[in-house]
Ligand binder design. Sequence first.
Ligand code: F6R
Length: 243
Amino acid sequence: MRIAILPDDATIGKVAADLIEELYREKPNAVLGLATGSSPLSIYRELIERHQAGKLSFKEGKAFMLDEYVGIAADHPERYRNVIHTEIASHVDFPEGCVNGPDGNAEDLHAACAAYDQSIKDAGGVDLQILGIGSDGHIAFNEPGESLTCRTHVGVLTEQTRRDNARFFDGDIDQVPTHCVTQGLGTIMDARRLVLVAQGKGKARAIKELVEGAVSAKWPATIMQMHQDAWVLVDEEAASELE
Ligand code: F6R
């Protein structure tokens, strides 16, 4: 893994966007993996700016989201598909229908998960996967204790994650869905490059485990140590527990 401790969130966004810009310059039809939550927002702002300045185009590209809540209303602003539309997809030029997400409202969720994995494969796999990390070390919604090799599946959100995400639901944990569909760690590890970003003290313990801990399902992100091209971009607060 390559670890960079950067001065602030804006710099994290710029460095990650440089990697994405480089990818699309070399491979205009690249497949980008998108994360939701606050961590990637500085990346998305940077990508939108570069797109608007004519420096970056996704017009031959495709994207796959990491995860989605189960049972959230189709028009709920916190439905991840809607968040991705608002934060990035509606501002850049991915072709219509080329930003994909797992379907948390499918009648047969398990079949939908298998179909999602297949659609990633059919697209040639993810070239660069953007990741955030939960304070409990989850990536996507792979919570502690889950298989280190699983594919897209239905998951249960821990109380810690629901508490962390209550800020997006009027501060009310009861409004946060209890289940999700998420790419598994095996799916994520298939991406050709991983770029994880983390900001703030709340992520310091998880970053310490990711960088210095043993690979363990207790801290799911540690599986990234086994990836041949993984980047970890953090600010000083998130790096504050590193030795
Ligand atoms: C979201 C996702 C999650 C978040 C993580 C951190 O698609 O996959 O793993 O990256 O929960 O969330 P934030 O960035 O809001 O701190």
